[in-house]
Design a protein around this ligand. Sequence first.
Ligand code: AMP
Ligand code: MG
Length: 309
Amino acid sequence: MPYTRILVSGYWLLVTALCGCGSHHLYTGNRVLMGTFVEVSSPDRRAPAIVFDEIKRIEKLLSKYIDDSEVSRLNREGSLKASADTFYVVSKSKEFWQLSDGAFDITAAALVDLWGFTHKKYRLPGEDEIKEALKLVGSEKIVLDSQANVIEFSVPGMRIDLGAIAKGFALDCAVGKLKEAGIKSCLINAGGQVYGLGDNFGRPWKVALKSARGPGYKGSLELNGESVSTSGDYEQFFEQGSRRYSHIINPATGYPADSGVISVTVVAKEAIVADALSTAIFVAGREKGAAIAARFPGVRTEIIQEKNQ
Ligand code: AMP
Ligand code: MG
């Protein structure tokens, strides 16, 4: 069986290549959206455009890099009458915060900024700066009015960053649109967060997992109506001295997560769950992470530790 190999962050996607044999043709497309490469493969020629349009729509609501997105407006004004989608993602984020004992926290935004991850101008902040930023952290400070769809911050200056959940949500929305259009088969990869809808001409969509350190594969996964997400310290980080500082912050300390985990892979039916949970477990570490995962029936997880642990 011939394969097409697509390199993506954290993954090699093995897409069974049956192109050129008449009815077994995969239509593919790729585009930069949500700050990453989005790649789509489907036997239905309409799929790429449907996926791109939907992800673009969600990006316009949730991106902190787009000035007039709902998230940017909320971050500027401290209060927002939100669309149903934005309200849903923020409510879900609060749920994940609770279920992860605070490891997943979208209000870590102030710390993500402080450490320079927002604009890739990395720096080691001082203790007092971290202390100040921590005053703006804690999802209990997000007040939700579900009757009016209003989101409010209880502390001035605080902000949210949906970087750990927005791609997952966008994938779920895109899959919803595909289903509405009657499309039963599609593989979407959004920068290492992947969703496999249906199968690939009777064979499962296969995703091969690349090693977190060094070359080579560490295994492969089959996805049918499932999403896989990986959070790792190799995605975005900077090094100072002998230390590696990753873009995933521990909201309890204000420092980049330092749980001894180098990579977490989560497979779940909902991409939003896979996305949020992989980030949460990366922060919580192996033991606490496994306990958090157990609160989500049906998910599969793989946690990779530093070698000496
Ligand atoms: P992911 O790659 O899905 O694990 O998401 C990482 C991104 O989520 C970071 O680049 C930050 O924008 C944001 N983030 C960092 N730390 C946290 C945290 N503890 N909880 C939620 N989001 C976070
Ligand atoms: Mg995530």
